[in-house]
Design a protein around this ligand. Structure first.
Ligand code: AMP
Ligand code: ZN
Length: 470
């Protein structure tokens, strides 16, 4: 598989350290609010990456953190802790909102068919591991204590800006919301490993440490959790593009200084979901969630398809019109699949040819839009339906669009509708509609009442009048 590696700035043939297992780490959510559909774009594409690797025959061991402490309003270590901000907003404790939004995140993943990684670790459960790394960095001279906090000293590195081909706009996004200067820092890019003194003395969660009672910086969480479960060598580290700087840059700085060798070989960054006013972000206040899409009648699968239709290294523009187009595409696709019949044996030669196109798309830097086209190729292929159904079920291991299940549900619904059909009642309903049109309301009511007496309810909808047995 060829994957674009943000570290080398080119597509590389993916080769894991150990051919038997790919070690993959993903930055998880900061659980102070619902995930917005932009965050979920990143999780969907990471899910597709993991499933593609499995599809291509790798074992994958994947770890994700849950940030429940230490992520300040600005990624550059200033401002209030996001968790505390969330707790104040909702008049709850930090642990209460962490639990609530972690569960909400899992629920969103379930709705979007995002597989939850084998290991999901809240940061508050690994404080001892973070302290150990900070101690190691101090011992090796890569860190210093100033004003009660422990900082990483970026001047000790040969190279700090490892992802420096990202455009300035992306780099700037990493340093969100009013950055205040921290006079304890020796160098502009130094970052906090451990806080004991912050402007926010009412920080809810604190732990004892060699430097006093305090809490970890956000960046150390991912290094610590990754090393705890995946060891000293990581194959793939994934996250949204805004994490490249400063978060991932700092993760590399501290991990490699601590370990004394290269840490992670491939960096996978998903680009942003934007609206017409720019990046979708929680700090702007208004953001869209999966539940909101559902409350407007959208199937989460249509959003998943919308994400898969574009490449992960391109910004994706969200608009209701674009989402509506994905809904139409999804419904048409499912209707076509529902029309296929199990009509005998799978033609293995035809199946392999279809699979090859799909596999090539994944191998080419996870080209999901071409992979979706491969689904349409199946429907157009000159082979029997059994082969098509087998290919679609096979592809859906990666795409996770419920292709077979949704088609079955549709088939069942159509069969039920057909079984319930009754031309006599259709004619009476039509007669009532005609009577209403002719302003003969007495006749219209008479028909309605007569139908009611037979257990038939009439429902007037913008798409016309329907009926059902009650
Ligand atoms: P957070 O919960 O804010 O730490 O973000 C969770 C994940 O979503 C991170 O990997 C971010 O890089 C990513 N992310 C944030 N905003 C967007 C966006 N508008 N589009 C895609 N991914 C995003
Ligand atoms: Zn991280």
């Amino acid at each position: 598989m060829y994957l674009y590696n943000s570290l080398s700035h080119k597509k590389e043939l993916f080769t894991p350290n150990n051919p038997n297992v790919v070690k993959m780490y993903t930055c998880g959510p900061t659980v102070y609010h619902y995930a917005h559909i932009g965050n979920l774009r990143t999780y969907i594409m990471e899910d597709v990456l993991e499933k593609s690797l499995r599809y291509l025959g790798y074992n994958v061991l994947r770890v994700m953190n849950i940030t429940d402490v230490g992520h300040l309003a600005s990624d550059a270590d200033t401002g209030e802790d996001k968790m505390l901000k969330g707790a104040k907003r909702e008049n709850k404790s930090v642990m209460e909102i962490a639990k609530y939004y972690t569960d909400a995140f899992f629920e969103d993943c379930r709705k979007l068919n995002i597989k939850i990684p084998e290991i999901v670790q809240p940061a508050t459960g690994c404080i001892a591991e973070f302290i150990q790394i900070v101690e190691g960095l101090l011992e090796k001279g890569f860190a210093y204590v100033a004003g009660g906090n422990v900082y990483f000293d970026t001047s000790k590195l040969d190279k700090y800006y490892v992802f420096n081909d990202h455009d300035e706009e992306d780099l700037a996004i990493g340093v969100r919301e009013g950055v205040e200067e921290d006079t304890n820092k020796r160098n502009k890019n130094d970052f906090v490993l451990w806080f004991t003194k912050s402007k926010f003395e009412d920080q809810a969660l604190k732990w004892d440490s060699p430097w006093g009672v305090g809490y970890p910086g956000w960046h150390i969480e991912c290094s610590g959790i990754s090393m705890k479960y995946l060891g000293e060598d990581l194959d793939i580290h994934a996250g949204g593009i805004d994490n490249a700087f400063p978060h991932h840059t700092n993760e590399i700085a501290q991990s490699e200084s601590y370990l004394g060798h290269k840490w992670c070989n491939y960096w996978f960054h998903v680009h942003h979901l934007n609206t017409d006013t720019g990046k979708m972000s929680k700090s702007k206040g208004e953001f869209l969630t999966v539940s909101l899409l559902e409350s407007k009648g959208y199937d989460p699968m249509a959003y998943r398809l919308f994400c898969l239709q574009s490449h992960y290294r391109r910004n994706l523009v969200f608009s209701w019109e674009n989402l509506d187009n994905a809904v139409v595409a999804y419904e048409k696709l499912i209707a076509k699949i529902a029309a296929l019949k199990q009509d005998g044996e799978v033609d293995m030669a035809a199946f392999d040819a279809l699979k090859e196109r799909f596999t090539n798309a994944l191998n080419g830097d996870l080209n999901t839009s071409v992979a979706v086209t491969a689904v349409y190729d199946v429907l157009k292929a000159k082979t029997n339906d059994a082969t098509k159904l087998a290919a679609l079920a096979d592809f859906d291991q990666v795409l996770s669009l419920n292709l077979i299940k949704a088609a079955e549900t549709l088939r069942k619904k159509e069969a039920e509708e057909a079984a319930a059909a009754d031309p006599e009642i259709d004619a009476l309903v039509q007669a009532r509609t005609d009577a209403k049109k002719a302003k003969n309301y007495a006749e219209a009511d008479r028909i309605r009442d007569a139908l009611k007496a037979r257990g038939i309810e009439i429902i007037d909808t913008p798409q016309g009048t329907k009926w059902r047995r009650v």
